[in-house]
Write a protein that binds this ligand. Structure first.
Ligand SMILES: [Fe+2]
Length: 433
């Protein structure tokens, strides 16, 4: 045999062996958190979120119910040139009584600037970096996180990437009625969530409804307040925000979405305000995927998709990010079940690492709109380079290392002709009663 041929055969065999050798990871145990006796006024579970133009909401919890909701901050360590006082809340859940949950909006802040801050007038100093005013901007994306060994691995990998904002398409703590698990989740994510804004939408694990006793989303709404008021929404379960040339809509899979609903009306109103000159990229997050070829949660997004996909299509949404299915899948541009160059790219990224493990079984054959699908834990990175080009990559948690396993350049619809083509369609839908 020719030496070149021998080499080629050897390479083929070694590639086949390495693929065959890849063993899908098992779920990892829920992390145990040691008892930590801090002073009752000590700020815990600190996280930040974008709150309107040039503002950031700082959220933290104290056991002391009389602790002040003040944030001191400045651009040099230990030198706080501004102080803002916010609000606080708490909730009861059966026999559990939460600590005092403080929400304080600070700003106006400079773009792409490191601020040092302290919560409640005591405790450690934290630092945050505000997002840039312009492209490029990088988003880290991971849904269905939970708090297992795999969650830790995913968070470590995200921590190693240079990103500006974390996007989380639902299912945060997997507390599942055990309210103290919301507290341990808050502690687990604090190192990342106190440094970069975490923008979240709700999943089914946030519901925690007990019929006739507890309304849904009690804990989630109290702890993870998002800028819904700032975006004209009447519910923390759906809202929008703008950052560095992107308009991002967080939809609520577990809020009413039909044509008579508040969410539908709010979405129409929000889309009518999108200015693609100012924000060339239009991105949507929702928990339950609309395009999903995994056997898990098959068809669960159909109702919402039937109600809302035409709105998103008319507005030329670029990318839809979803969670819920514990695996990764990316589609081509698609609309109404068919390939469509003016439709959105749908990405399911519910593989953050929760206790329920992976969703291994896929429908066969693979639909023509599905480009890449794999049941592994991991996270995504979306780097929006300029008004027309973005680079998406998915990083599998392979033996505790982040391995770039899928990547693609996405071109926005802003210069595609789709926008002009659909302008009438959008106006008709938005103007409809
Ligand atoms: Fe879910």
């Amino acid at each position: 045999m020719e030496p070149k041929l021998v080499l080629a055969v050897c390479l083929l065999i070694s590639a086949a062996v390495s693929v065959a050798d890849y063993v899908r990871p098992q779920p990892r145990r829920t992390l145990q958190f040691p008892w930590d006796s801090k002073p009752s006024s000590y700020p815990q579970q600190v996280h930040i979120s974008l709150a309107g133009d040039n503002h950031m909401r700082v959220t933290w919890i104290t056991n002391d119910k009389s602790s002040p909701s003040i944030v001191e901050y400045g651009t040099s360590p230990g030198r706080y040139t501004s102080t803002t006082e916010g609000e606080s809340t708490h909730y009861k859940y059966l026999f559990y009584s939460s600590g005092m949950i403080h929400h304080t909006v600070i700003g106006p802040l400079e773009h792409a600037t490191v601020y040092f801050y302290r919560c409640g007038g005591q405790g450690p100093e934290f630092q945050l970096k505000t997002p840039p005013a312009q492209f490029p901007i990088t988003f880290a994306v991971a849904g269905d996180l939970g708090q297992t060994g795999w969650t830790k691995s995913t968070l470590d990998h995200i921590d190693r990437c240079k990103y500006d904002v974390h996007l989380l398409p639902g299912d945060l703590s997997y507390a599942d009625y055990m309210q103290h698990r919301w507290d341990t989740f808050g502690e687990l994510v604090q190192p990342l969530a106190s440094a970069r804004p975490w923008m979240v939408t709700e999943g089914n694990h946030e519901k925690e409804t007990i019929p006739f006793i507890m309304d849904g989303f009690e804990s989630y709404n109290a702890r993870w307040k998002m800028p819904f008021e700032e975006s004209g929404s009447s519910s923390n379960l759906y809202y929008s925000f703008e950052v560095a040339g992107t308009h991002i809509i967080m939809l609520g899979s577990y809020a009413d979405y039909d044509e008579d609903s508040d969410q539908y009306r709010w979405l129409k109103d929000d889309l009518s305000k999108v200015d693609r000159e100012r924000t060339p990229w239009l991105i949507v997050l929702v928990h339950v995927p609309w395009y999903n070829s995994n056997e898990a949660h098959q068809g669960e997004g159909d109702g919402m998709m039937a109600a809302m996909e035409s709105l998103l299509y008319a507005a030329s949404v670029d990318i839809v990010l979803a969670g819920h299915v514990h695996a990764y899948e990316r589609t081509k541009r698609v609309n109404n079940g068919k390939l469509d160059p003016c439709g959105a790219v749908h990405i399911t990224i519910g593989d953050g690492g929760n206790k329920e493990g992976l969703a291994h079984r896929y429908k066969s054959p693979q639909p023509n709109w599905s480009v890449f699908r794999e049941a592994s834990f991991g996270h995504g990175e979306l780097k929006i380079v300029n008004s027309t080009h973005a680079f998406w990559s998915w990083h599998r948690n392979d033996d505790d290392e982040p391995v770039k396993s899928d990547q693609v350049w996405v071109t926005s619809l802003v210069n595609s002709g789709c926008l002009a083509e659909k302008r009438h369609e959008l106006r008709n839908i938005l103007m409809a009663p």
